[in-house]
Design a protein. Structure first.
Length: 479
């Protein structure tokens, strides 16, 4: 509390902001809550300090300068979370300046999405609104995606003066080209295509169009998504990262280590119950994972070290919690509440900085690394499918990526087996003929006898060698 009070006093003693930021603060202060006002004012103070230090006019702000502002904060030792909040406060002030007409429209890209930039906000016709009402009743989580798809579709239809009954496959080809010109990603185009096709199916079922949805928008026209290959962490960096995570006594570090050792999704970790350890009749321990994605609740087997890790997290959460009655989640942050996603992502960013990792690592890459390492260790695909919570093996095969180290190990082992167990499968036609083949076989069996520890095995091999010597002598006499 004392630290927060000193921080507030420190920022209350700041000199006045530049005229633009003062006007932004005065116009928005009545709408802000007390906590939001304090956070925003601190962020604006940092932004104002950077503007004066860099001597950049606010009218010339762009993405590169915003990134320079973020780097400036990092160089000053500002935490990642505080730096992000300061950048958000700067972006909010710029947005207000553009909407109020104080800043030019040329820096709109600083805050607008492709949706706002392309102005897909027209009012939908009655048929589309009825369709969205049904979607909201059946699948409320998909409502916004379908609403977005329909607004894009109807904007295109309005610009090209099309009606429902006049739609055909050529129009869908032109729609995809239209989306490409609007600089949408391939995944965005796929979402709009699926939403459009679903709406066309609904129109046909309601007898509002004559053609079927697969005639107007056949699946062959769908844009191809780029293959999202798994991104396992480099083995050397993975070992160093696990060492840092295990040695650091911090609940966020321990939680990230739990993801690495169990292959959890970040949403599953955030929903884990406090009493998530479950023992069966044979006293084998498993982690009870809630049904977050695909509606599948599952059990993940745990080794003794991971069981101790979960118990350590439980002890840390008990220390952080303010009321014992509120202890429902496994991970309780230092503020006494379950942490949200940015706490974990910021922690992983700090770890990457300590590792000097060249490539950016996200939380889901830990799941990819777990799956890849388990497959390399010999776990079957069906078992991995159950552990990861996949419905089909096709989903699990995406994770079946073999590392370069595993390729070299497998190759060297295969060469060793070939060299150790090389048995001649044919009789040489060169000089020496069958005698050379028998000699090679005799040498192989002699080597095998030397490697065998069993007395009974040596006795059998000795008998085979005696018979082989007799065959060689008989062949010599035959000649």
């Amino acid at each position: 509390m004392a630290r927060a009070h000193r921080q507030r006093n420190q920022h209350s003693d700041r000199p006045p902001f530049c005229d633009f930021l003062e006007r932004f603060q005065a116009a928005n202060k009545p709408q802000w809550k007390k906590a939001h006002y304090q956070t925003t004012r601190i962020g604006l103070g940092r932004f104002d300090e950077w503007l004066k230090y860099s001597k950049v006019p606010i009218e010339e702000m762009d993405w590169q300068k915003l990134l320079d502002f973020y780097r400036f904060l990092s160089a000053q030792g500002t935490t990642i979370r505080a730096a992000k909040k300061s950048v958000q406060a700067a972006k909010r002030s710029i947005r207000w300046g553009i909407e109020s007409g104080e800043l030019p429209q040329k820096i709109t890209d600083l805050y607008t999405s492709s949706y706002a930039k392309n102005k897909w906000d027209l009012e939908l016709p009655e048929a589309a609104q009825l369709y969205l009402e049904e979607i909201n009743a059946v699948r409320p989580k998909c409502f916004k995606i379908h609403q977005y798809s329909l607004r894009v579709l109807h904007t295109y239809m309005k610009e090209h003066k099309l009606t429902y009954r006049s739609l055909k496959d050529d129009d869908m080809v032109r729609l995809l080209k239209y989306l490409t010109n609007k600089e949408l990603t391939s995944r965005g185009k796929t979402q709009i295509s699926m939403g459009t096709r679903s709406f066309l199916r609904w129109l046909h079922d309601k007898n509002l169009i004559k053609r079927r949805h697969d005639e107007i928008f056949p699946s062959r026209l769908f844009p191809k998504n780029p293959k999202s290959l798994p991104r396992p962490i480099d083995p050397e960096i993975d070992m160093r990262m696990q060492k840092i995570l295990s040695e650091t006594e911090d609940i966020y570090y321990k939680s990230i280590l739990l993801i690495r050792r169990t292959g959890l999704r970040i949403a599953e970790l955030m929903q884990l119950e406090f009493d998530c350890l479950e023992y069966d009749i044979k006293n084998r321990c498993s982690l009870k994972v809630p049904a977050v994605k695909l509606g599948l609740e599952r059990r993940v087997p745990l080794d003794p070290s991971t069981i101790e890790l979960v118990k350590t997290i439980q002890l840390m959460s008990k220390k952080n919690i303010k009321r014992s009655s509120a202890l429902t989640r496994l991970v309780i942050g230092k503020n006494g509440t379950p942490p949200c996603y940015p706490f974990y992502s910021d922690t992983l960013t700090e770890i990457c900085a300590r590792l000097d990792a060249k490539k950016w690592i996200n939380l889901h890459a830990l799941r990819h690394t777990y799956a890849t390492s388990m497959l390399n260790a010999g776990l079957s695909l069906t078992s991995l499918m159950k552990i990861l919570g996949h419905k089909t093996l096709v989903m699990t095969l995406v994770y079946a990526k073999v590392t370069e180290e595993k390729v070299h190990i497998d190759h060297s082992q295969a060469i060793k087996r070939l060299n150790d167990a090389q048995i001649p499968l044919f009789i040489s036609e060169k000089k020496g003929g069958i005698n050379d083949s028998l000699k090679d076989l005799h040498g192989f069996l002699s080597k095998k006898m030397d490697q065998t520890d069993s007395v009974q095995g040596k006795k059998k091999l000795k008998g085979i060698l005696n018979r082989l010597s007799k065959i060689k002598s008989d062949l010599a006499n035959f000649k």
